[in-house]
Design a protein around this ligand. Structure first.
Ligand code: NDP
Length: 293
């Protein structure tokens, strides 16, 4: 078993991003700028946004955070997004999910200018990704591709089983792994809660991407020996063992699956760190006009 170490891979790529950001500053006189909007005070969302902002500073980006109470109206939020869309100093805009029930996440996603949609959730970016055109790739799947690349893992011809079909992780991951590219060139099976014989299907996976949201869902009896295991899950549980008062668990039973695998991502320290790298790469590409001039 070898570890796909998100700390190692993310630090290496962030060093490259920082150098490019410095060049961009020297040439343009400004820093790549990411804006985040956070509604409410969900513990997980607070942590993710704080980490995204901190990483921006680390690589020499400017970052701004707009916070709203849970009581913010949908109209107020959409108006703020429109305002940021028009701000020429902003390269990337993300709205941290989940949102309160009275706000339609689809409306929010579609209101963000697709040219600043560095989370890659806008239908224009997803459509362009389908067609293999330049676009912002959703940050988590992008981070997973960067991780596979960092470890020179050849995925060509492999059977990739993706568990979970969300718009932000599972579905785009399945499309990317089937693309004519490396990483990619896989035969892909996309599974979900209605899939029959899930265990038998996961057992066929040379690569298994688990994006379910259930602690330790993928167990050792479900994976074939030598499989590459990508664990996207972040399941937070309160804990008296840690200073923060909570502990993170993946969707994979790491202790028992790791000995059977050839490569595996840990949680924490795996895909989560790479998601931030995906976001930073998209923001830099936006600033440089590499995707949309
Ligand atoms: P969603 O809840 O949107 O999707 C979960 C998917 O898992 C759904 O497609 C669902 O199927 C499927 N599923 C649920 N139960 C089962 C089951 N018993 N058998 C098979 N499939 C099942 O989650 P996300 O994709 O947003 O996130 C998944 C996990 O990844 C979460 O833990 C989340 O916190 C984490 N995450 C981590 C990120 C990172 O940076 N590391 C980034 C984003 C998410 P169905 O569609 O049929 O309901």
């Amino acid at each position: 078993m070898q570890l796909l170490d998100g700390k190692f891979a993310s630090e290496k790529i962030k060093t490259e991003i920082a150098a490019e950001a410095a060049d961009f500053l020297a040439q343009s006189g400004r820093k790549p700028h990411l804006v985040a909007i956070l509604v409410g005070n969900d513990g997980g969302s607070e942590t993710y946004v704080a980490s995204k902002m901190k990483n921006c500073e680390k690589v020499g980006f400017k970052s701004s955070l707009f916070r709203y109470d849970n009581s913010v109206t949908e109209a107020e939020l959409l108006a703020k997004i429109e305002e940021i869309n028009k701000d020429a100093d902003v390269d990337g805009l993300i709205v941290q999910l989940p949102l309160p029930k009275h706000i339609d996440p689809e409306k929010v996603t579609e209101t963000i200018d697709y040219r600043k949609d560095v989370d890659g959730f806008h239908p224009v970016n997803l459509g362009r990704m389908m067609r293999n055109l330049p676009c912002f790739i959703p940050a988590t799947p992008y981070g997973i591709l960067l991780m596979l690349k960092a470890y020179n893992i050849d995925t060509t011809g492999k059977h990739c089983v993706v568990v979970g079909r969300s718009n932000i992780v599972g579905s785009p991951m399945s499309i990317l792994m089937a693309r004519n590219a490396n990483p990619g060139n896989c035969t892909v099976t996309l599974t979900h809660s209605k899939t029959h014989n899930l265990k038998e299907i996961i057992l066929q996976g040379d690569i298994v991407v688990a994006a379910i949201g259930r602690k330790n869902f993928v167990t050792a009896d479900m994976v074939k020996t030598g499989a590459i295991i990508i664990d996207v899950g972040i399941n937070r549980e309160t804990s008296t063992e840690t200073k923060s008062g909570f502990k993170l668990y993946g969707d994979v039973d790491f202790d028992n699956v790791a000995p059977k695998s050839s490569w595996i991502t840990p949680v924490p320290g795996g895909v989560g760190l790479m998601t931030i790298v995906g976001l930073l790469k998209n923001t830099l590409a936006s600033a440089k006009g590499e995707i949309y001039a």
